[in-house]
Design a protein around this ligand. Sequence first.
Ligand code: ATP
Ligand code: MG
Length: 576
Amino acid sequence: MLRMSTLLLRTLRDDPADAEVASHKLLVRAGYVRRIAAGIYSWLPLGYITFRNIEKIVREEMDSAGFQEVHFPALLPREPYERTKRWEEYGGSLFRLKDRRGNDMLLGPTHEEMFTLMIKGEFASYKDLPISIYQIQTKYRDEARPRSGIIRGREFVMKDSYSFDIDDDGLAKSYENHRNAYISLFDRLGLKYNIVSAVSGAMGGSRSEEFLAPCSTGEDTYVLCPKCGYAANVEAMVTKVPEYSGEPAPAMKVFDSPNTPTIDSLVELLNANHGGGFEGSHTLKNVLLMADGKAISILVPGDREVDLKRVEANLPGVEELRLFEDEDFKKFPGLVKGYVGPQDAKSQGITVYADPRIVKGSHWITGANIREKHVMYVTHGRDFEVDGFIEAAEVRAGDLCPECATPVVIDRAIEIGHIFQLGRKYAEALDLTVLDKDGKARVVTMGSYGVGVSRAVAAIAEQSHDEIGLIWPREVAPADVHIVATGKDDLPFDTAEKLANDLESKGMRVMLDDRRDASPGVKFKDAELIGNPFIVIVGKALVEGKVELRNRRSGEKVEVALDGAVEEIISVVTAN
Ligand code: ATP
Ligand code: MG
């Protein structure tokens, strides 16, 4: 039994100064977590009980899906990460350190390498596959912006699983098994979520989906079709545009356009000097980028910004992506800053990618590659060519669903899980093969699947709270019932004690506020802040032989006769 009189707990009336999101504020105020350093937190008893309840649900769902639990160290040698190139590729997010002999070590940000090597060390035949193994591990990532408390930690707990199969069909099945296990476990955690496509269909990559818990302060943005249910994160949203059906444009026409540094000023000039009806969407923006030292130009309609995260996600393999700087313009003297058009890009050695809206045959107003001049009727396929199409333009609410052409909505969320068909990348790098039926060595294909276990504590808090405190789903809560004894005499305290013992002996998890020195008001506030799903008040109503049972979520209160209270409380609690 958790006794408030002895519990390591000091609730706070005020929000911590560094907290921006509700879960962070409430978890600190209710005495669940304490900050040690940026993105590094310790758990107090209530927090750790809640965390372990979640961990237990995750473990049970993994076990019941037939996945086997293993455990790796967090402190790892460099060598396997060198072989997969991740020692370098992880960049600033990797915690690197040296041991006393000067060997490079790291704190694991994720464990693909280790799992691959474990299977390689034990198994050698297709008969050993398929297999899925998992661990619940502390991970380390030196996140650029650790914020939102435990939602984005630099030390955090992840459940990571990996599947190993002989072929793509096997991988598809393992992926589906994980997907189903995730659905059961997130349902049990009481989270609302959407399963969102994480790789752009246009790229044809292997399957990857994120489990996103909608939340107005979440860091992930995703697109949802209210009609057909299509859901994709913004990086993966696909733009479908009909073929060009307009008249072919007249020949290109260059015009003077001094003092038009912005699309708006260009449109204004067009409407003033060339007849009305011009809009930003008739113009073509050329955004110049450096991708690993190579110059690329991204063409988007002038009324849209380029979303660099979308570009990055859709240019696989590129490590460093940045906007052109003055230095870069110097290297390409043919480019006239502010008046760039795609017409001469090829001869200048620039790779051109176009947003799918720049369909073949469409014509645009764009820079003439001459100072203070623009040009109209510049036609794709006649006056310029592109090296490829890319999802690069910002996504907006109201853009059309690629499946059913309904305007989509945009929402924010917290990523709580991610499932991903990895394929053979790690198996190839670490030489994981098994012998197939014909005795031939075959590279194994893998999936990787993650759940943010510590993040889930905050994600649930984020979705389930009100202005006075946390409201936990029962399986996650520190206790099923929070009993509050009030008054000056022994009677309420003795009665509460007996009720608590009786409930506990019947399998209920009980928290008892047996503090003699705290006022009823303080006790009620604490109970509401802490957020157990039911509160029982043993106080005033005792003279009538009754206690009060409150539902923390609905606020509903009922009086329950003390005689038979145990059964009554259990039936209400378990019905929820
Ligand atoms: P994010 O986009 O939020 O940085 P990620 O895509 O890098 O996450 P994965 O590598 O897919 O994360 O990790 C699997 C899961 O681990 C995520 O879905 C998330 O729930 C959790 N997770 C990732 N980074 C953190 C972190 N810094 N703190 C807490 N949980 C995290
Ligand atoms: Mg992810």
